[in-house]
Design a protein. Structure first.
Length: 431
C-alpha cells in the first residue's frame, strides 16, 4: 500500500522547510520532498536573509547556521555611464546581536535549515520530483513522484515548489505568467580573500555590506544589480523584468558582463575568481499576480504564491512566514479533521493580514508603474548624476550659475511639469 503522511510539502526552499519544520516540531508527520540532490542545490538568492522571520522559527539560529556576514551597511548606487551618485545607511545597532540581516549562500543555508526540520522529525526525500497532484473527488490527496513506487498520500499537500509552480498551475490556480510579472536574474559568486573584502568594502572584521545598483546597471530597464559581501566571496548579480529584456533584445549574461566591467563596479571585483554562475526567475507581479492559494487539501506558499516584495528585495522572509502560517492553519484543520478549502482558508486571511499581504498591497502598482514609465531609470538617474557633477565640480562658475545650469538641463517647462507629475505618481504608487 502507498505510504500516507499527515502532510506532504513539495520543495525544500525557505517556504517549504519553514512549513515542514513547524509541523514536525508540533508532532505532525511530514514528508518534505525536494527535487535537488540536496536542499539548496538548485536555489538562488542575492542573498540577504532577514533575521526576524527566521528567528521566530528558530530563536538564536544565527549562532549555529551557516550565515556569511551580518549586514551593517546598506549602500545604494545611482549609476550613470561613467559616474555614480551614492548614499548609504550604516548602523552600529546592526553590528550587535541579535543583528538585522545576514548574507547567506543558499546551497549551505537551505541544507542546514532542512536538517533542522529532519531533527524535529520531518522525513526529507531528496532527488524526488513531484510530477503532479493526485486529485480524488475534487480534493488533493497526494503526490505522484518520479520514483518507481511513486505515489504518496497525505491529508494536506503544501506546494512550496517555487516561482514557476507547475503543480499549482496544473490545479488551475494560476495561468502562465506574463513577461511583465517575472524578473530574470543572473548572478555569480566570486571568490576573494576575506582581508581584501574587508579593506575594499571598508568593513570591520566579520561585518558585511550590501550595494544595490540602479540605473545604468540595467541599461535603464526596470531592475537592479547588486553586490553583496560574504565571508570570502562576493555575490554579484543583475535582475530585470523579462518583458524589458525581450523589448530591448538584451541577454541577461550580457548585462552582467556590462555591470562587472562598469568603471564604478570593476574596482570592487578586481582579482576575483568566478566560483559559481546561477540564473533564476523572481516573481515580481506582486499583489495583483497572486494566484489562488488554497484549495481542498492543498495550500500554496512562498514564490509559488508570488510572495515577493521586489521593491525591498524581500522574498525569503515572506516565503518562511507563509510556510509557518500554512503550518498553523493545517494544525487547526487537524483538530477538526477537516481539510476542505473552507477549513484551510484562514491561511489566506492570515497571509493577507500579515506584513506579507500588507506589503504586497502597499506596492501593488509600483512594479507595473515603473515598467510602463521607463524615464525614472533611463532619464532621471542620469540627470541626478549630471546635477551632482555640475554642483561638485569647482570650476570658477558661481553656485547660482550652476543651479541655473542644472535647472536648464531639466529641459523645457513642459519637461519639468512632466517630471513633477512623474515624481507625484512615483509617490502615489509607493506610499
Ligand atoms: P524556492 O527557494 O525557489 O524553493 C523551491 C524549492 O522547490 C526548490 O528547492 C526546488 O528545487 C523545489 N522544487 C521545485 N519544483 C519541485 C518539484 N516538482 N518536486 C520537488 N521539488 C521541487 N529574497 C530575499 O529575501 N533576499 C534576497 O536577497 C533575495 N535575492 C534574490 C536574488 C535572486 C537572483 C533570486 C532569484 C531571488 C532572490 N530572492 C531574495 C527571493 C528568494 O530567493 C525567494 O523569494 C525564496 O527563495 C522563495 O522561497 P521558496 O521556498 O518559495 O522557493
Amino acid at each position: 500500500m502507498a505510504e500516507k503522511f499527515d502532510v506532504i510539502v513539495v520543495g525544500a526552499g525557505p517556504a517549504g522547510t519553514a512549513c515542514a519544520y513547524t509541523l514536525a516540531k508540533a508532532g505532525v508527520s511530514v514528508l518534505l520532498m525536494e527535487r535537488g540532490e540536496y536542499p539548496g542545490s538548485k536555489n538562488v538568492m542575492g542573498g540577504v536573509l532577514y533575521r526576524k522571520t527566521m528567528e521566530d522559527i528558530i530563536p538564536g539560529f544565527y549562532k549555529e547556521a551557516p550565515v556569511e556576514r551580518p549586514i551593517v551597511e546598506q549602500r545604494f548606487m545611482m549609476l550613470d555611464k561613467e559616474s555614480a551618485l551614492n548614499f548609504s545607511y550604516k548602523g552600529m545597532e546592526w553590528a550587535q546581536e541579535p543583528y538585522n540581516n545576514f548574507t547567506v549562500l543558499r546551497a549551505k543555508f537551505d541544507q542546514w535549515f532542512a536538517d533542522k526540520a529532519v531533527q524535529e522529525g520531518a522525513l526529507l526525500l531528496n532527488e524526488t520530483v513531484a510530477l503532479s497532484c493526485i486529485v480524488e473527488d475534487g480534493k488533493v490527496v497526494g503526490i505522484k513522484t518520479d520514483r518507481p513506487d511513486g505515489d504518496v498520500y497525505a491529508d494536506v499537500v503544501v506546494l512550496a515548489d517555487g516561482v514557476n509552480s507547475l503543480l499549482a498551475k496544473s490545479l488551475g490556480f494560476h495561468k502562465e505568467f506574463r513577461p511583465d510579472e517575472v524578473a530574470l536574474a543572473v548572478m555569480e559568486v566570486l571568490k576573494l580573500d576575506r582581508k581584501i573584502i574587508e579593506d575594499r568594502f571598508n568593513l570591520e572584521g566579520d561585518h558585511g555590506c550590501t550595494i544595490e545598483i540602479f540605473g545604468d546597471s540595467t541599461k535603464g530597464i526596470l531592475g537592479t544589480a547588486w553586490l553583496y559581501t560574504n565571508k570570502d566571496s562576493l555575490n554579484i548579480g543583475v535582475g530585470t523584468m523579462l518583458s524589458g529584456l525581450i523589448k530591448h533584445k538584451l541577454k541577461p549574461y550580457e548585462l552582467l558582463d556590462y555591470v562587472k566591467n562598469h568603471p564604478m563596479i570593476r574596482p570592487y571585483i578586481q582579482g576575483c575568481e568566478q566560483q559559481e554562475y546561477l540564473a533564476h526567475l523572481i516573481p515580481e507581479g506582486g499583489y495583483r499576480s497572486m494566484p489562488k492559494v488554497v484549495g481542498n487539501g492543498v495550500i500554496v506558499v512562498g514564490d509559488a504564491a508570488q510572495l515577493v516584495n521586489a521593491i525591498h528585495r524581500e522574498g525569503s522572509n515572506m516565503a518562511m512566514a507563509s510556510g509557518v502560517m500554512a503550518a498553523e492553519t493545517i494544525m487547526q484543520a487537524r483538530e477538526a479533521n477537516d481539510f476542505s478549502e473552507k477549513m484551510l482558508m484562514p491561511y489566506r486571511d492570515s497571509l493577507l493580514n500579515s506584513f506579507v499581504g500588507q506589503d504586497l498591497k502597499k506596492y501593488k502598482d509600483a512594479t507595473h508603474h515603473f515598467e510602463k514609465f521607463p524615464q525614472y531609470f533611463e532619464q532621471y538617474i542620469p540627470l541626478m548624476n549630471k546635477a551632482a557633477s555640475q554642483m561638485f565640480t569647482v570650476d570658477g562658475s558661481s553656485k547660482w550659475n550652476k543651479q541655473k545650469k542644472i535647472w536648464s538641463d531639466l529641459g523645457s517647462a513642459k519637461d519639468k511639469w512632466k517630471m513633477a507629475r512623474d515624481l507625484m505618481n512615483a509617490w502615489r504608487v509607493m506610499k
